[in-house]
Design a protein around this ligand. Structure first.
Ligand code: NI
Length: 217
């Protein structure tokens, strides 16, 4: 197993579409091991093939408590077969060092994929839990889409990217999600405590980031 170099935003490969896996070959198995090792090394919760330069429809996710035992899930040739509801998601990406922003996501998703042995499985993630959001984030990578394309606030995201010395948002890539946005706004109006929770999540993420930076320096 080896730790691979993660491709950063600005590299055009991140906008390319990944190809279906036709055979779970030794090469594919090695890629999956390396993706996992690279993801854990970078303290991420998900990583897609394209992010290490392999345009194959594969991603890995582990949303378990970082202090507890690992619980990796491997998705090969995934398809999102059901999605519903809308939620604000404060996200980052290993290809966007230190940049976090608010994006729109579905609340519930059901995904069908193959596991590392080529066996089909179905995974359901509900209520906007981290797994639900991670699946959508990673799935997007396979189609050359990035989390910033779902930004709720173009100016805010542009500012954040600038601060992180990353290229700006490409306006023409922004995905119009009027219905999702309306549902999120309505929900936030009815539940001000949710905005407070998001603010805390944001602060917590920033603190974690600072702690990691201290460790590295
Ligand atoms: Ni990502």
């Amino acid at each position: 197993m080896s730790i691979l170099k993660i491709v950063e935003y600005g590299n055009p490969i991140l906008r390319e579409k990944s190809k279906e896996v036709t055979k779970i070959s030794k090469k594919v198995k090695t890629l999956v091991s390396n993706l996992l090792e690279t993801m854990y090394h970078a303290n991420g919760v998900g990583l897609a093939g394209v992010q290490v330069g392999e345009l194959l429809r594969i991603f890995v996710i582990d949303v378990s408590d970082p202090e507890g035992p690992i619980d990796p899930i491997v998705f090969i040739n995934p398809k999102i077969i059901k999605k519903s509801g809308a939620i604000n998601s404060y996200e980052g990406c290993l290809s966007f060092p230190k940049a976090y922003t608010n994006v729109r996501r579905y609340k519930n998703v059901t995904v069908k994929a193959l596991d590392i042995n080529g066996r089909p499985f179905i995974k359901e993630a509900r209520d906007g839990e981290l797994l639900a959001r991670a699946i959508q984030h990673e799935f997007d990578h396979l189609d050359g889409k990035l989390f910033i394309d779902h930004s709720r606030n173009y100016f805010e995201t542009t500012n954040i990217l600038q601060k992180c010395n990353l290229p700006p948002v490409e306006k023409e890539r922004l995905i119009e999600e009027k219905e999702l946005e309306e549902e999120i706004v309505e929900f936030e109006k009815a539940h001000p405590e949710v905005i407070e929770k998001q603010r805390q999540e944001m602060e917590e993420t920033q603190k974690q980031q600072e702690r990691q930076n201290e460790k590295q320096n």
